[in-house]
Design a protein around this ligand. Structure first.
Ligand code: PLP
Ligand code: COI
Length: 358
């Protein structure tokens, strides 16, 4: 696939860009260009281009504004130690994007088109990758329904876009760990629902629960399953792992109600490479409390593209709170995090062929 190139005529000057790359935070600093591809039922995917990042004008009847047919992805481009840039498992994001598209009755985007949109944008915007230790260019591919029609049916037209954001750590303040709030009132996804799809609606419904977490003095919300309200599922934007005193790990299984995280999958592989036992099995909130209090559970961490690997220090719910280990990154959390980050950043061998240099 070839992308037409329409350079921005209002590029940010180099000195201004350098300033924005100092402590960029997450999702506030955007680059000069974006990728755009149009879809219509009669023409299929067409008009692929890299163009100036600009506003999209939408008819007020565009169906995404009413029925929320929208999906997205998140992946990062990293600096290579010798210059240049690299992506981490972008074909896994391409596959998951199409899994989400299928669930939301949207057209599949050929994987090669997804991958080339990312590569072309990163080549254009490589100067926006921060140099800092945890800096990266966060890529946000997304697709939404753009047909002007109020009937409830899959849209006949879509826009696919990729924007890029220079980012640092997702959690500010450099805290050694995050605190979680267990919501009893809200669930994220039910069997048969959209929990395994990366659709905007899942995040919209998580916000009220996240607000509840904040009100209770916690950093993040953790969701329980919708049926028994017992099994730990995931956070609003991260998967979760538990570490035990015998050196084994547990993470909730992919039963259709949680997002199949690429970080989750990569950590499972790295842990098994090291001979660790990892079980993908349900883990209940009561067991979590009991294991934390008895010391059988020694560490817990959240993981995702944005959050990388983030230690969980304490857990609070209406029943009270408990803390985990030393409330900072435990040894296994630190080791797995370092393994992953070193591969992503080209500082360690890449035995699984996960890194794509561009
Ligand atoms: N779970 C949710 C709900 C997410 O939004 C994310 C972030 O993408 C993840 C888990 C972690 O997925 P990944 O590791 O692919 O970024
Ligand atoms: C990601 O890690 O890519 C996410 O999507 C999490 C959050 C920023 C939505």
């Amino acid at each position: 696939p070839t992308f037409a190139f329409e350079p921005s005529t209002a590029m940010v000057a180099a000195n201004e860009r350098a300033q924005r790359l100092v402590n960029p935070g997450f999702g506030r600093v955007f680059t000069d260009h974006m990728a755009l591809i149009r879809y219509s039922e009669d023409k299929g995917w067409h008009d692929a281009k890299i163009t100036a990042r600009q506003a999209v004008s939408m008819d007020p009847a565009s169906s995404v504004l009413h029925y929320a047919q929208e999906i997205f992805e998140g992946l990062k481009a990293y600096h290579r130690p010798n210059g240049g840039a690299a992506l981490f498992r972008p074909e896994a994001n391409a596959r998951r994007f199409n899994d989400s598209a299928r669930r939301m009755a949207m057209p599949a985007l050929p994987e090669e088109l997804f991958l080339e949109s990312i590569r072309a944008l990163v080549r254009t915007e490589k100067d926006w990758i921060p140099d800092s230790e945890d800096g990266a260019l966060y890529l946000r591919p997304f697709m939404f329904a753009s047909e002007v029609f109020l009937g409830v049916k899959p849209s006949a037209e879509y826009l696919y876009m990729v924007i890029a954001s220079s980012v640092g750590a997702y959690f500010k303040g450099g805290a050694p760990s995050v605190s979680l709030w267990v919501t009893r009132e809200y669930t994220r996804a039910a069997p048969g629902g959209t929990g395994a799809a990366k659709c905007g609606g899942n995040y919209a419904t998580s916000l009220i629960a996240q607000a509840e977490a904040t009100r209770n003095g916690c950093d993040q919300v953790v969701f329980l399953d919708a049926v028994e309200r017992r099994w730990v599922e995931e956070l609003g934007g991260m998967n979760i792992f538990f570490v035990f005193d015998d050196g084994t790990l547990v993470t909730p299984p992919l039963t259709g109600t949680i997002l199949p995280g690429i970080t989750r999958d990569s950590l499972l592989t790295l842990a098994r490479d090291q001979g660790l036992t990892v079980r993908e099995e349900p883990y209940s909130i009561e067991q979590w409390r009991a294991d934390a209090e008895s010391g059988r559970l020694t560490e817990a961490f959240a993981c995702g593209t944005a959050a990388v690997v983030t230690p969980i220090g304490s857990v609070k719910s209406a029943e009270g709170s408990f803390s985990i280990g030393g409330q900072s990154a435990g040894p296994l959390t630190q080791r797995l995090r370092a393994n992953l980050v070193d591969i992503q950043r080209g500082q360690a061998p890449d035995p699984h062929g996960w890194v794509e240099k561009i």
